[in-house]
Design a protein around this ligand. Structure first.
Ligand SMILES: NC(=O)C1=CN([C@@H]2O[C@H](COP(=O)(O)OP(=O)(O)OC[C@H]3O[C@@H](n4cnc5c(N)ncnc54)[C@H](OP(=O)(O)O)[C@@H]3O)[C@@H](O)[C@H]2O)C=CC1
Ligand SMILES: O=C(O)C1=N[C@H](C(=O)O)C[C@H](O)C1
Length: 269
C-alpha cells in the first residue's frame, strides 16, 4: 500500500497532537514532517515523543525542511501561520488541508488564489457529524423560513481565540443561503442595552467560552408555542483528526482546486 506522506503544522497544539496520533495509527499514511513556529519549545523534539513512540521526525520551524518530503500539509494553527504555509505550499506543489478558523476576507481570497496552484481542502469543521448537521440545518431552515427566529449558540474552551467559531459562522452561512438572505446583512453578533424588538430576518449568534469545552453548537428555530433545536456536541477532538485524514486522502489524486468537507464526504447536491 502506498502511504500518503503527511506533514502537520501546529505540531505541538491541541489539534497537532491529535493529528500526529491519528497519522501514526493510520496504515495508509505516514508522518513526513512537523512544523511549529519559531521559538516553540517543541522545536528539535521528536514530533510524536508525547505518545511514547517516537516517529523519527523532528519538529522544525523551517518550511523547506518540514515540507521536503510531504505530499500534504494538515494545518491547524492561526490565520497568519496558515497564510505563510499556504504561500510555500502553492509555490512547491504541496497539497493542503486547512482546519484553521478566523480568516478575514483577504485571507479567504488568498486561499482561493493558492488553490489555482495546488489542491486544498478548507473547512471550519472536519467532523462528519458536524457536516451532516449542516445538511440538516439546510433542510430545517427551508421549512422554518417564515415566523421562526434563528439563533446560533456555540460554546468552546477558554483557550479559543476567535469568535464566533468558524463552525457557527458556517452554520449561519448555510442557513442564510437556504433562506436567500445575506449573512453579512442579517447576522447579529452582540446584543446589549435597549436593543428593541427582534427583526425577524436576523440570524443571531451567542458565544460562550469556558473550561475545557471541546465544541458545542446549537441552532434554535423559535416561534410562538414551539422551539426546535439542532445540536452537535464534541466530547473528543479525534473526529476532527479523522475527518482531516479523510480530507488528505481525498486530495491524493487532485492537482489543484478548492474543496470543502461536503466534497470529501460526498454531501453535495
Ligand atoms: N476545522 C476543524 O475541524 C477544527 C478547527 N480548529 C481550529 O484549529 C486552530 C488550532 O486550534 P488548536 O489546536 O486548538 O490551537 P492550539 O493553540 O492548541 O495550537 C495551535 C498551534 O499552532 C501554532 N501556531 C500559532 N501561531 C502560529 C503561527 N503564526 N505560525 C505557525 N504556527 C503557529 C501554535 O504554536 P504556539 O503554541 O507556540 O503558539 C500551536 O502549536 C484554531 O483556528 C481552531 O479554531 C480546531 C479544531 C477543529
Ligand atoms: O477552536 C476549536 O477548538 C474549534 N474550532 C473550530 C471552529 O472554530 O469552529 C471547530 C471546533 O468547533 C473546535
Amino acid at each position: 500500500m502506498t502511504q500518503l506522506k503527511i506533514a502537520i503544522a501546529g505540531a505541538s497544539g491541541r489539534m497537532g497532537h491529535m493529528l500526529i496520533e491519528a497519522v501514526q495509527a493510520a496504515p495508509d499514511a505516514r508522518l513526513a514532517g512537523a512544523l511549529d513556529r519559531a521559538g516553540s519549545p517543541a522545536l528539535g523534539q521528536d514530533a510524536a515523543a508525547f505518545t511514547g513512540q517516537p516517529a523519527g521526525v523532528a519538529v522544525t520551524a523551517d518550511l523547506a525542511t518540514g515540507l521536503a518530503e510531504a505530499d500534504v500539509l494538515i494545518d491547524f494553527t492561526r490565520p497568519e501561520g496558515t497564510l505563510e504555509h499556504l504561500a510555500y505550499c502553492a509555490e512547491h506543489g504541496v497539497k493542503l488541508v486547512i482546519g484553521t478558523t478566523g480568516f478575514d476576507e483577504a485571507g479567504k481570497a488568498a486561499i482561493a488564489k493558492a488553490a489555482e496552484k495546488t489542491a486544498i481542502v478548507f473547512a471550519p469543521n472536519m467532523s462528519v457529524g458536524v457536516n451532516v448537521t449542516l445538511k440538516l440545518l439546510e433542510f430545517a431552515a427551508k421549512q422554518f423560513d417564515i415566523g421562526y427566529d434563528i439563533e446560533i449558540i456555540e460554546a468552546h474552551h477558554r483557550h479559543k481565540v476567535d469568535a464566533p467559531s468558524g463552525t457557527a459562522l458556517k452554520m449561519g452561512e448555510v442557513i442564510a443561503d437556504a433562506l436567500g438572505r445575506d449573512l453579512k446583512k442579517v447576522g447579529v453578533f452582540a446584543r446589549e442595552g435597549v436593543t428593541g424588538p427582534r427583526d425577524p430576518s436576523q440570524i443571531g449568534f451567542a458565544t460562550v467560552r469556558g473550561g475545557d469545552i471541546i465544541g458545542d453548537h446549537t441552532v434554535m428555530f423559535a416561534t410562538e408555542g414551539e422551539r426546535i433545536e439542532i445540536s452537535h456536541k464534541s466530547s473528543s477532538r479525534q473526529h476532527y483528526a479523522n475527518g482531516s485524514l479523510r480530507a488528505a486522502q481525498f486530495l491524493a489524486d487532485k492537482k489543484t482546486g478548492l474543496y470543502d468537507m461536503y466534497d470529501v464526504l460526498g454531501l453535495n447536491g
